[in-house]
Write a protein that binds this ligand. Structure first.
Ligand code: MEV
Length: 328
């Protein structure tokens, strides 16, 4: 049996801007999705998942090979597309497989839950069929799922989930790892709203095309923030980093991605002592991040919970995708 796991992410700076080839800084966090895969003696691929509600589907291998993968739920179809792509590229999909997915990452909250599942899933399949692969191969396969799930993703979610740590990312240039120490807690506050990343990305782009001269300035301001944030990270200046998170949130709010619920959580966190707080991910609901020192964590967690959010404490994780073979 093969077990692969991959982390959730937070975008510290630059979500949405990154879609239009601006800079972003993303960090992997210590919440993970796990995928277990093992051969079975049938001609079926069986996928069971605890995401949304527990369910299992069984699909004949020849349907995956021929690409006849329509009519399944939106959380399953991208996985079938990854398998189809794998069979197309490697011609190895010749044995049935039992796959089980378990995730501790809140879904649809801008924390990269789907990318983490796709990355772990891709790594598990490559390993199970004994393909020699590197992290770029994993990202390439996982991106097929991301494209189906999110339209035209920048690629930042799959990249950070595969590599872990803190990355400076630009769509046209790829990434640089930021070798900085950031041990402070990152507090997540999740709102009950559900939204689609593709819809939020399209909403922002529509507004950008309507007001190009204004938006170009806002987009350039993002890159200045990222530049300052790199210096703040290098010098471990958490106060400055917090202020930059607040400024970044102002820009993201001007793109139209904040909501009353997100604002409530952001102000609750700031008033409870956070150095800074902002929406993270696509917005329209989802999650905020707040940074703080250990002494204010409990009051920030309480403030988020008291204001209708679900608070979670997280830490940046250096570990990207991990894959192991084990006996059952
Ligand atoms: C989603 O985590 C981040 C967005 O910038 C979309 C993307 O980069 O693909 C909103």
């Amino acid at each position: 049996m093969v077990v692969a796991s991959a982390p959730a992410k937070v975008i510290l700076f630059g979500e949405h801007f990154v879609v239009e080839d601006k800079f972003a800084i993303a960090a992997a966090i210590n919440l993970r999705a796990k995928v277990f895969a093992d051969f079975n003696d049938s001609n079926f691929i069986s996928i069971s998942s605890d995401i949304n509600s527990p369910n299992t589907i069984k699909i004949p291998i020849n349907m995956i090979i021929s690409g006849d993968i329509h009519g399944y739920s939106p959380s399953i179809t991208p996985l079938l597309l990854i398998l189809h792509e794998f069979s197309f590229k490697h011609h190895l999909l010749d044995r049935g497989v039992d796959i089980s997915i378990k995730s501790e990452i809140p879904m649809g909250a801008g924390l990269g839950s789907s990318a983490a599942v796709f990355v772990a899933f891709s790594a598990a399949i490559l390993k199970l069929y004994n393909v020699k692969f590197n992290l770029y191969d994993v990202i390439e396969l996982a991106s097929k799922g991301e494209s189906l799930a999110h339209g035209k993703p920048s690629g930042i979610d799959a990249t950070i989930s595969a590599f872990g740590g803190i990355l400076l990312y630009r769509r046209s240039q790829g990434f640089n790892r930021l070798n900085v120490k950031f041990n402070a807690p990152i507090i997540l506050g999740i709102t009950p709203e559900h939204r689609s990343t593709a819809d939020m990305v399209n909403k922002v782009l529509k507004l950008k095309y309507k007001y190009p001269s204004i938006f170009n300035l806002i987009y350039d301001a993002n890159d200045k923030i990222v530049e300052e944030a790199i210096n703040a990270l290098i010098s471990s200046d958490i106060n400055r980093l917090g202020e930059l998170l607040n400024i970044s949130h102002g820009l993201l709010s001007s793109l139209g991605i904040s909501t009353l619920n997100l604002e409530r959580l952001i102000y609750a966190a700031r008033n409870a002592g956070a150095y800074g707080a902002k929406v993270t991910g696509a917005g329209g609901g989802g999650a905020i991040i707040a940074i703080s020192n250990e002494s204010t964590v409990s009051s920030i967690l309480k403030a988020i919970n008291d204001n209708g959010g679900k608070a979670i404490i997280s830490y940046i994780s250096d570990y990207g995708v991990n894959v192991d073979e084990c006996s059952n």
